[in-house]
Write a protein that binds this ligand. Structure first.
Ligand SMILES: Nc1ncnc2c1ncn2[C@@H]1O[C@H](COP(=O)(O)OP(=O)(O)OP(=O)(O)O)[C@@H](O)[C@H]1O
Ligand SMILES: [Mg+2]
Length: 579
């Protein structure tokens, strides 16, 4: 099923006809369409979908689209010419118009249903029918898959118009949220964190949609106004967009025997997931129970490593439900996300996220999603008691595997080879007493300073610190001395003396210099609304090289503490929604 086509040498794709030659549809061709779907794809009203893996649906073209941005990095990897992004044919497709696509491209895309669980609890009430059968891609529509240099990529429009899963909403994404997702995907990839990738972003010059939002400088928790925002379509790319919630939907239907093909549909989607995301590590010839166990193990490895990476770079996903978890183990759905600035274990930009989805609770939240994933796989093993037992063991081992990943990550952030509990807890307590900027602190530490002077660049200070400045500074100095003794020990061998510069360069590869701070993104999407995309370009450039020192000018603008005026401001420090 995989790799139907392969390009020999990488040919530059400079027009849609070249791209069409690489198109091949595995999701639509090997899985089941909803038997109630219309053949034309004009399936844009909310309705229940009871079976099948997808609904064929045509995107709704964006009115008067204009080019905003594309990922130069992904274009290079795919062999796309940069000029393609602004060419009429390409722009038409990726702004939602499939009417005139060259063969074998199709005029319909596909949207998928999925289930929702929040922190380990299943919800079926969240669709207009209160059954869960109307929940899924409400505005995300995949339009093609292409096999490029041996890799299969699925391309999905976000904001591509209504689908049967739209639940009465408009099927659109606004420019603001599209700019945020576009930049975040670019940034996370450059940070070395697995993610869906940005391909392109187009905005409508005329079509606007309404969204609740915050008035300028608002301190209200909930949006206090309704604004009109330009509609946009961004395209994201990944080996597949199969979510934990999607496996849960088919798991639930099989468990409850909701229709005669329910078990078969679960097996099909799971095998498809393995094929698309785990084909290089799971042998095709194994039996389904063997494959399922390997899948659970491998997803656990990827997922725990992903979460450790999120924490390494200060990322908080915000809305960490199971439908926002890609089963391939990469980051998906940049909604109410944020990057931690002033360190707080409970940092959470989404007002609906509570403590359960907060920054340092993400390993626990991930465990809940992983448990739901394992529960969804269980029906496939019901007649294999031993495999079931093994699956339960994998499920319960999550916390310890996660812990190993976290300790490895903290050790690397501190330039150590092993985790030191005492050093780490003292650090966390000092970071909180002082209110340090997470990114700046670790980056300054990566310079391996002689004293705490340079670390002070990361101090926001707070009443505790200001009242007890001398004592806390002394603690910092003691902590630094302890840390230095440990790094020298960890980075010295009989044959290799300690090298300050070597350690510093290694630490800089773990601790980025530039972080996608929301107050840097806000002016970029605000200017974009006025048709000026220069700040988006600048941010894209800076954030695709987050570990590099970059120029003095970039440093002065982007390597900075969050200005005091931006704390506790709605739409900037926190958001109740983001779409
Ligand atoms: N404007 C909209 N029109 C239709 N459906 C929507 C809209 N906004 C959100 N949804 C749907 O509501 C559900 C929850 O939204 P959520 O914010 O998690 O996802 P999203 O940002 O739309 O998309 P994704 O998870 O695909 O990145 C999703 O299934 C989504 O498709
Ligand atoms: Mg989502």
């Amino acid at each position: 099923m995989r790799l139907h086509q392969q390009t020999d040498a990488m040919e530059t794709i400079s027009n849609l006809d070249n791209l069409a030659k690489l198109v091949s549809y595995s999701f639509m061709d090997t899985l089941n369409a909803d038997p109630d779907a219309t053949s034309t794809g004009a399936d844009h009203l909310p309705r229940q979908v009871f079976s099948g893996h997808y609904v064929p649906v045509s995107p709704t073209p964006l009115e008067n689209p204009e080019y905003v941005a594309h990922s130069r990095n992904l274009f290079r990897e795919l062999g796309f010419a940069d000029s393609l992004a602004e060419s009429a044919d390409f722009m038409r497709v990726f702004s939602g118009n499939l009417a005139n696509v060259p063969e074998p491209m199709r005029k319909v895309g596909w949207a998928c249903g999925y289930a929702l669980s929040i922190y380990g609890t299943e919800y079926t009430q969240q669709c207009p029918f209160q059954t869960g059968n109307g929940y899924g891609d409400g505005r995300a529509i995949s339009v093609l898959e292409a096999v490029i240099n041996g890799h299969r990529w699925e391309m999905q429009l976000k904001g591509g118009g209504r689908t049967p899963y739209c639940r009465g909403a408009d099927g659109r994404a606004v420019l603001r949220s599209s700019v945020r997702e576009f930049l975040a995907q670019e940034n996370m990839h450059a940070l070395g964190v697995p993610t869906s990738r940005s391909l392109s972003l187009y905005v409508s010059k005329t079509e606007k949609v309404r969204r609740p939002w915050y008035s300028e400088g608002s301190r209200s928790k909930d949006p206090d106004t309704i604004i009109l925002e330009p509609a946009a379509i961004s395209t994201r790319v990944a080996p597949s967009f199969i979510r934990v919630g999607q496996i849960e939907l088919f798991g639930r239907r099989a468990r409850k025997n909701e229709h005669p093909q329910a078990m078969e549909e679960l097996e099909q989607i799971v095998l498809h997931l393995i094929d698309r995301e785990y084909g290089d590590v799971i042998d095709q010839n194994l039996s389904t129970p063997e494959k399922v166990l390997m899948l659970a193990r491998e997803y656990q490895n990827r997922f725990t490593s992903l979460i450790a990476n999120w924490i390494r770079v200060g990322y908080c996903q915000g809305n960490f439900n199971s439908d926002n978890c890609a089963a391939g183990g990469f980051t998906l759905d940049y909604g109410p996300f944020g990057f931690c600035e002033m360190f707080d274990p409970y940092y959470q930009p989404w007002t609906g996220g509570g403590k359960h989805f907060a920054f340092l609770n993400q390993p626990v939240a991930a465990e809940k999603n992983f448990q739901m994933f394992c529960i969804a796989l269980r029906p496939l093993l019901t007649s294999h008691q031993d495999s079931l037992r093994q699956l339960d063991e994998i499920k319960s081992s999550f916390a310890s595997v996660m812990q190993v990943q976290m300790e490895k990550m903290w050790a690397a952030k501190l330039g150590l080879d092993t985790f030191n509990e005492e050093l780490f807890s003292e650090l966390v307590s000092l970071m909180m007493q002082t209110s340090v900027d997470y990114t700046i602190f670790f980056r300054e530490l990566s310079l391996v300073p002689d004293d705490i002077g340079p670390l002070k660049k990361s101090f926001y200070q707070n009443p505790t610190y200001n009242l007890d400045l001398e004592r806390i500074n002394n603690h910092w100095a003691e902590w630094l001395t302890k840390w230095k003794a440990l790094i020298v020990k960890a980075n010295t061998t009989d044959t290799h003396p300690f090298s300050h510069d070597e350690l510093s360069s290694n630490m800089k590869l773990v601790n980025p210099k530039y972080s996608l701070r929301e107050w840097l993104v806000v002016p970029a999407y605000q200017q974009a609304k006025e048709g000026n995309y220069s700040l988006i370009r600048k941010l894209q450039e800076v954030m695709t090289n987050p570990y590099d020192e970059q120029s003095k000018e970039v440093e002065e603008k982007f390597y900075r503490l969050k200005p005091p005026a931006f704390f506790e401001v709605g739409g900037l420090s926190y958001y109740s929604c983001s779409s």
